[in-house]
Design a protein around this ligand. Structure first.
Ligand code: SF4
Ligand code: SF4
Length: 306
């Protein structure tokens, strides 16, 4: 991106381009594992041009930078009129300084899936020995001047939730100037396969997550929480991504996300309109015993400053 130019309006209007087809990691919690199917660059570019799309998010089943044709995609989409690019990546490819410098020039925002600052947990999460490469990729982005365009996407799962406060401390130390941290509760989809060994309970995660959020807030580092019901974020509801969407008048759940599961607790809860609710895939593993209906009006809650 042209440095110093602030562009945010396009982010909510971007088109997701599912161009990834393979991956260089093998995450236990992968919700959209690569199937190897190749998406046509030419057809996608033609569609993008016809629709007049100006902003895209490069993603898909897998890792966009792992297919060997990453910059060909950017070239084709630029030729079709795209001006802004967001990349969803695990940062491993960015460990190559030349690749990183080139990507930094082409991409406006980097959303990096990074499951742990702890090498052993990272190894268990990704079933790889690429921790050092991923960290190097993050450091290269920072060195290239893109720290403020970095969003760390931290999927909360069974093996990393107790380290959430330590993860926040690592972010504060290593990347205090990043755009924000997105804590997303793992979805029971893709490789997760109904496993309680991967999906923790909301109530187990809650105290660790709150300490992490408070630590980041104290250092003025932005954070959001996705896919955790408001009743499990008591006094921290303002960090909820879905609550923030509701406040600005958007649909609570993003397009493509499975709807809320119906259950008696939510049916009598005042926060329901602004809450992501519990998902059917979660209830299948842990049931609805942790959901606590509230009399609060969501309009009475304060959003964290985003
Ligand atoms: S979660 Fe992302 S990085 Fe991990 S295996 Fe799936 S596509 Fe690859
Ligand atoms: S009871 Fe249901 S609607 Fe209310 S906060 Fe909890 S999950 Fe959300």
């Amino acid at each position: 991106m042209k440095k110093g130019v602030k562009k945010t309006g396009w982010i909510s209007e971007q088109l997701c381009v599912q161009m990834a087809r393979t991956c260089n990691l093998y995450c236990v919690y992968c919700q959209n594992p690569p199937a190897g199917a190749r998406c046509s660059k030419e057809k996608t570019a033609a569609l993008v041009g016809k629709k007049g799309v100006r902003a895209v998010s490069l993603e898909g089943g897998g890792e966009p930078t792992a297919g060997g044709d990453f910059f060909d995609w950017i070239r084709a989409l630029k030729a079709a009129g795209v001006e802004n690019f967001m990349l969803s990546t695990n940062a491993v490819a960015l460990s190559d300084p030349a690749f990183c410098r080139r990507a930094e020039k082409a991409v406006d925002y980097f959303t990096v899936n990074f499951p742990s600052h702890d090498p052993e947990i990272y190894r268990k999460a990704t079933r790889s020995v690429k921790y050092g490469l991923a960290v190097k990729g993050l450091e290269n982005l920072k060195a290239a001047g893109a720290e403020n365009r970095l969003r760390l996407f931290h999927i909360i799962f069974r093996d990393n939730y107790r380290l959430l406060p330590a993860f926040a401390g690592w972010v504060i130390k290593k990347f205090p100037g990043l755009a924000f941290v997105n804590f997303t509760f793992v979805r029971n989809a893709g490789r997760v396969g109904d496993s309680a060994a991967i999906v923790p309970r909301y109530s187990e995660v809650e105290p660790f997550l709150k300490v992490a959020l408070a630590g980041l807030k104290l250092k003025k580092i932005k954070a959001v929480v996705q896919n955790i019901p408001l009743c499990r974020l008591k006094n921290f509801e303002g960090f909820s991504f879905e609550f923030q969407r509701w406040r600005r008048g958007d649909k609570v759940l993003e397009a493509g996300i499975a709807g809320k599961a119906k259950n008696p607790a939510c049916g009598r809860c005042g926060l329901e309109p602004a809450c992501c609710g519990a998902r059917a895939d979660y209830l299948k593993i842990h049931g609805n015993g942790e959901l606590l209906p509230s009399d609060l009006d969501p309009g009475s809650l304060e959003a964290e400053a985003f």
